[in-house]
Design a protein. Structure first.
Lengths: 416, 162
């Protein structure tokens, strides 16, 4: 979607309103698909089954055992619905082919609209259930609540997200907004100005760059107001908004901050909670869009006439703010590309979170049981995609913990 | 009940897309109402929705095994895949886990899943064509799979009874 918007900008073309709405509709379905998988298949095992549970049980099968087969079926069904909607609008669900310079390739028919509307009702129900499940199983458990709000998984950083003109959340378009550790607005800019605000630090030991706020500067892997490190993804998005523009999501958003006791929240594990608040927002927004009479308007493309040059596209990907920046020749052939992907923004924070979790779990040669999983929880909260972020493809997660003594002698090695 | 030929891979990632191309080729040659072809660039939980309702599923995908010849075919079963990289992806579960979940949920899953894995030479370069050795072998691979499955002639009845 970011690439589609970047191409619009390269061709200097405004897309028709219906096209914009169709893209946003597609995107809501994409969020639902992504967030459902993350909550139930990836985060769920940590919280629903438990961080110290037997690894054989700490997976989606263990989650289903605990929450019931019916819910498992509902998760699979709703993911399939979300996939179907993406396919209807995008041609393909995983690699959509609908975006063209100036709009989308086809309008939505009334028959398709009705089908999506029917499926959308189910999204609201699974979102309600997921929020309740979080309440019952996680907030109702003192240990889990302490884990979320405690110091092991906490970093006070800047936050970045996309908002509309009223500073409400928007996943598809608007202004990129940055707030500081106290929640005050630090910057608000249009995507095309991203280079004035974001620098990309390089370390020789990583393929992945370390974006930072230029106006604060790179001070290394450290948090606080003096460090340009910022975070993106679900909690960062909610931290940068003044509210959510749909009723049930707004209610869940208010409750989340009341329980966390601070806004912005600096609790890394609260990214999971924010994700299901967003699940509700995406479900409600999908229903708003599908009920909009303009969604079936046939005018879905403005044919570009200008000579292509340069453009920036930006959206809120499920894992965070995503920038695509292309330069082209006069025939539209790309000559230069810069991408800052969600996991790239979070690279510094992920390193910091892993370090802090490890430090708090290893004391005086005692390695706490479940260390591998507790460290993994630190970076799983960001739902990272290292394959995208490093531009390498295997996407492996060969987790290994090496513990050294004070003289840097390898003392213990733990791996999966 | 039908058989699904499921071509998996990324069609813009050189040999990673060979499964899709072979499945497409088989679909072109097999003319039967009992056989359907789906091309997909997905894995894990999404596969459950694709394969539900079919009696048999024949997956065609690419693989990389050290020291093997590009275009070589391997016949695998679900248990062989329990340690694929999908297992360790932070985004999804692997096929074996997804199948176990589907069975627990009582989904109508296939009685049999066969996986034809084709040795790729290069699965990391962006390209819509396979590498020459693999591209050249696509037609032969399709024929070998069809012979193995007994589809080398036009089908008039369900695979299960063929």
């Amino acid at each position: 979607m970011a690439s589609g918007k970047a191409v619009d900008a390269v061709y200097h073309v405004e897309i028709p309103k219906a096209a914009r709405k169709l893209r946003e509709l597609f995107y809501c379905a994409h969020y639902i698909h992504s967030h459902l998988a993350h909550f139930y298949a990836l985060a769920g095992p940590d919280f629903v089954v438990g961080p110290d549970a037997d690894p054989a049980k700490r997976n989606i099968l263990g989650v289903i055992e605990k929450v019931g087969l019916e819910i498992g079926g509902a998760v699979i069904k709703n993911r399939a619905y979300a996939q179907k909607i993406q396919e209807m609008i995008g041609g393909k669900a995983t690699h959509p082919v609908c975006n063209l310079p100036g709009g989308v390739s086809k309008p939505l028919t009334e028959e398709e609209r009705k089908k999506i509307e029917e499926m959308g009702k189910s999204f609201i129900e699974i979102s309600k259930f997921s929020l309740k499940l979080f309440d019952d199983l996680i907030l109702g458990n003192k240990t889990y609540k302490e884990l979320i709000t405690g110091n092991t998984y906490r970093h006070e950083t800047y936050y970045m997200g996309t908002v509309d003109e009223h500073n409400n959340l928007n996943l598809y378009d608007g202004y990129v907004r940055v707030v500081n550790q106290r929640g005050e607005e630090f910057a608000k800019f249009k995507a095309q100005d991203y280079l004035s605000h974001i620098g990309e630090h390089v370390e020789p030991w990583s393929y992945l760059k370390f974006p930072y706020l230029k106006k604060v500067g790179w001070k290394g892997l450290t948090d606080g107001p003096e460090s340009g490190i910022y975070r993106v993804n679900s909690l960062a998005r909610l931290n940068t908004t003044d509210g959510l523009p749909t009723p049930l999501a707004q209610e869940a958003y208010k409750k989340m901050y009341e329980v966390l006791g601070e806004k912005p929240s600096h609790a890394t594990l609260a990214f999971h909670w924010a994700r299901i608040v967003e699940l509700m927002y995406a479900s409600e927004r999908l229903m708003e869009l599908i009920g909009d009479p303009e969604i079936t308007n046939k005018e879905v493309r403005t044919i570009p006439t200008a000579t292509p040059t340069e453009g920036v596209g930006c959206v809120e990907a499920p894992r965070g703010t995503l920038f695509h920046h292309y330069l082209t020749d006069e025939e539209g052939m790309v000559t230069k590309v810069n991408l800052i992907v969600a996991t790239g923004h979070n690279n510094g924070p992920i390193c910091m979170s892993v370090k802090k979790a490890a430090q708090s779990l290893i004391k005086k040669f005692q390695v706490k049981e479940g260390l591998l999983n507790m460290v993994e929880m630190a970076f799983r909260a960001y739902d990272p995609c290292f394959a995208c972020a490093t531009h390498t493809l295997p996407g492996q997660m060969p987790l290994e913990v090496r513990i050294y003594d004070s003289e840097k002698n390898l003392w213990q090695r733990l791996k999966r | 009940m039908k058989t699904l030929i499921l071509g998996l891979g990324n069609p813009i990632l050189r040999d990673d897309g060979v499964g899709i191309k072979v499945a497409r080729e088989i679909g072109r040659r097999v003319d039967s109402p009992w056989v359907e072809v789906i091309e997909a660039c997905t894995g894990g939980l999404d596969l459950l929705e694709l394969i539900r309702g079919y009696a048999r599923v024949v997956i065609v995908d690419s693989i990389q095994i050290r020291g093997r010849r590009p275009g070589e075919i391997f016949l695998l079963h679900l248990n062989d895949l329990k340690t694929t990289i999908r297992l360790s992806s932070p985004h999804d579960v692997n096929l074996a886990t997804a199948m176990e979940l589907g069975r627990k949920l009582g989904l109508p899953l296939p009685q049999e899943i066969k996986i034809y894995a084709i040795q790729g030479e290069d699965v990391f370069t962006f390209d819509e064509e396979c590498s020459p050795a693999v591209e050249k072998a696509i037609s032969q691979i399709a024929e070998e799979i069809m012979q193995e499955e007994g589809w080398s002639k036009k089908l008039e009845r369900p695979i299960a009874q063929a």
